[in-house]
Design a protein around this ligand. Sequence first.
Ligand SMILES: NC(=O)c1ccc[n+]([C@@H]2O[C@H](COP(=O)([O-])OP(=O)(O)OC[C@H]3O[C@@H](n4cnc5c(N)ncnc54)[C@H](O)[C@@H]3O)[C@@H](O)[C@H]2O)c1
Length: 370
Amino acid sequence: MIIGVPKEIKTNENRVALTPAGVKEFVKRGHTVYMQATAGEGSGFTDEEYQQAGASVLPTIEDVYEIAEMIMKVKEPIEPEYKLIKKDQLVFTYFHFASYEPLTKAMIDSQSVCLAYETVEKPDRSLPLLVPMSEVAGRMSVQQGAKYLEKTMKGRGILLGGVAGVAPAKVLILGGGVVGTEAAKMAAGLGADVTILDVNLARMRYLEDIMPANVNTIMSNEYNIRSLIQQADLIVGAVLIPGAKAPHLITRDMLKEMRPGTVLVDVAVDQGGCIETCKPTTHENPTFIIDDVVHYCVANMPGAVPYTSTLALTNATLPYALQLAEKGWKKACRENEELKKGLNIIQGKVVYQAVAEAFDLEYTSLEEVL
Ligand SMILES: NC(=O)c1ccc[n+]([C@@H]2O[C@H](COP(=O)([O-])OP(=O)(O)OC[C@H]3O[C@@H](n4cnc5c(N)ncnc54)[C@H](O)[C@@H]3O)[C@@H](O)[C@H]2O)c1
């Protein structure tokens, strides 16, 4: 198969869909890979490294879309890319169709095959191509939180781990899923006093078993949250209710009960946030202050660490991409239920129910197309 990897053109996107190591895996199996020049630059990979791994480098984005049977990307295509996508071309990337109608319509019109990273699903309902970014964001939340707790950053001026004779900071984590668990590991490793709140008892039992002694779990409810926020130094929002907006577990009136300089990192901001006063910010201007409480609400946290994020993402996508290249999308999806769930739009037909429902479009069942 001919695989094409364009350079990401969305603002501030430095990740790339394939590393030189990934190129080698394709080439080893007899496939051809075309990289757009400087596609890997933002993640620290040079054109020469890709060439040494066996890829050819093409000068423009048009060249890559023109030649490829499968396009591998990171972010959803944006407007200038719509017209480059060809009939029957396989596009494997994050799409998040249900959140943007113009993209959905453009991909229907393109007659391409759209396989979305975010809906590839394992039998236990976990989303293997979303997990790596949650891992990155979870770990980063504590790194960022520690920084904004410094006095010059308007925080309380407290060191997460304390020192001998001085108590460590208290870190409160709302939601003990992928983001919350990674945040807890980082905060605990730095010596903080960590509390995870969740509503899922089975999950909390598991966390109690695997976490170090400086991590505790507590049932998430308004009573417990109101009492714990009064003593917390850093609060990480990591709640997810699949398919729904995040619940506002911390409301505006609760800010007055917190100490000045408390830091809130709402990782769930991409789903509306679990802290009422959070609104999306960027890496250029990540924080704002309300009632002396520092809010950090960057919607694309992994974007700050493109090297780690690219490797984490491609570790997860490559095995699926190799199957698509080896078998073609139809056979690969027939034989792999996880990949099959990633199919959203096939040659003008919407085959993912939630996308059809989001925009009142005709839904075609996969069985009719595969
Ligand atoms: N900002 C970013 O850059 C970024 C990056 C990755 C993920 N995210 C977001 O982070 C959020 C968390 O993602 P995840 O992968 O950890 O999800 P997850 O499904 O693994 O975990 C969510 C957890 O929230 C818990 N929960 C549900 N309701 C709760 C409540 N009322 N109180 C406490 N806990 C509750 C669930 O039981 C679950 O354990 C999502 O909104 C995701 O989109 C943001």
